[in-house]
Design a protein around this ligand. Structure first.
Ligand SMILES: [Zn+2]
Length: 183
């Protein structure tokens, strides 16, 4: 099973900083900044069982990623976003290089990767990201960065924004398994 391209997701998703998500129910807006690392570790634990299921490589619908593809995406979100956090801490108001997540899924053939390896890599990437947030100093939370589409973040809002992503994709994967198993 290899990764076919999906229609691009061009929603900007920064509204998750203002209110709870109507899909997954997670409210990133009031997550304490001192517990961002803990929140990342907690959601990372939910991924191994999702990737350790017989249907992990199956798409529920042609236009929806499999658990494996979502897991590989979440791993790469943690990796890319660790780099963005480090950039905000090292430089004044950097602009992040564009990351085409749909192109990456195809180029890196997410659907052909090994689910167990992806689970391990996701956990390692999550821990690295969490530890970087644990180490943010009091004076660094307000440092800024700008995404290539113009969305602006502080270190604090960026952490909340990123934390929603793996939580939301757990919801996506659970919905997908329900569909695959006819529930
Ligand atoms: Zn959500």
């Amino acid at each position: 099973m290899t990764t076919a391209a999906l229609p691009p997701d061009d929603k900007d998703w920064t509204w998750v900083l203002d209110r709870s998500c109507p899909d997954c129910g997670f409210d990133a807006s009031d997550h304490p900044r001192a517990r961002l690392g803990a929140g990342v570790r907690r959601v990372a634990l939910r991924w191994r069982p999702l990737l350790d299921r017989p249907l992990a490589g199956e798409r529920p619908r042609p236009e929806q990623w499999s658990a494996l593809e979502y897991g590989a995406h979440v791993r790469d979100v943690f990796r890319i976003c660790l780099g963005r956090l480090q950039l905000m801490l090292a430089e004044d108001d950097p602009t992040f290089a564009n990351w085409d997540q749909d192109a990456t899924a195809v180029d890196d053939d997410y659907g052909a990767q090994d689910p167990f390896t992806v689970a391990r890599e996701l956990e390692a990437a999550a821990i690295a990201f969490a530890e970087a947030y644990d180490a943010v100093a009091d004076g660094e939370w307000g440092r800024t960065g700008t995404r290539s589409d113009g969305a602006r973040f502080t270190v604090e809002s960026f952490g909340r924004y990123v934390l929603h992503d793996p939580v939301h994709h757990v919801w996506d994967v659970e919905q997908g398994y329900d569909a695959l198993e006819g529930r």
